[in-house]
Design a protein around this ligand. Sequence first.
Ligand code: 2HA
Ligand code: ZN
Length: 270
Amino acid sequence: MKDILTAPFLIELVRTLTNMYAHGWDERNGGNVSVLLEEAELADFLDLNAVIRTIPTGFAAPELEGKYFLVTGTGKYFKNAQYDPAANLGVVRLTDQGAQAQLLWGFTDGGKFTSEFPAHMMSHVARWKVDPENRVVMHCHPANLLAMTYVHDLDEVKFTRTLWQMCTECIVVFPEGVNVLPWMLCGTNEIGEATAQKMESARLVVWAQHGIYGAGKDLDETFGLIETAEKAAEIWLKIAHLPLVNTISDEAMHLLEARFGVKAREGYLR
Ligand code: 2HA
Ligand code: ZN
């Protein structure tokens, strides 16, 4: 059996969490990440019959049966993951259609997965319907996107168009736009279901006055999505109070669509 601390999936997650913390997106215990793992990639590192303990999840979905996830722990600080991965992270296998999580590694101080586990698992299920390759769900609290939700209309078309207009790359990186949820109580199945529903039409879901969810095929793609939206929000906050002289026109957006082979969300461009 190889040492799991040398597993590429673990090293990549720890590097990503460290980077997210460095970006200021994950103060204290803010944020959470889950990564779908294949049984074959885990089998080199763990005895998959050795269940440490079983933790109830409080939700179920048939698509989750037998799935493995590497996930951040509740109350854990991203900044500490690199120093003690085994206390801050865990590997679980979902059984009983997701109602039970069998801990196979990690959460060594008796902890468990993030309080946002429902939103993560329901978002994975939602993304698989539109993208069977989706493996990552990421949540964090980037300051500029968060600030924007206090002063910008939360209408999804308006919010998306503003972000697209802030950097040329935005429409290329997230042509489906960003979906937005109003403020809701976090950590509940309700916000999990609402997030998952929004995830069916976009990989980015803003939680007003809280943060953002991203989903993608891998950690780089998902990090990059959030990074790009956050950069656009930063630019918007720099210019929103100034007289607007220039912008990226819808005509220019159509040129970007053609040049980069992307299609903007239906009805979002004129
Ligand atoms: O505690 O970000 O939404 C981690 C969170 C909750
Ligand atoms: Zn949060």
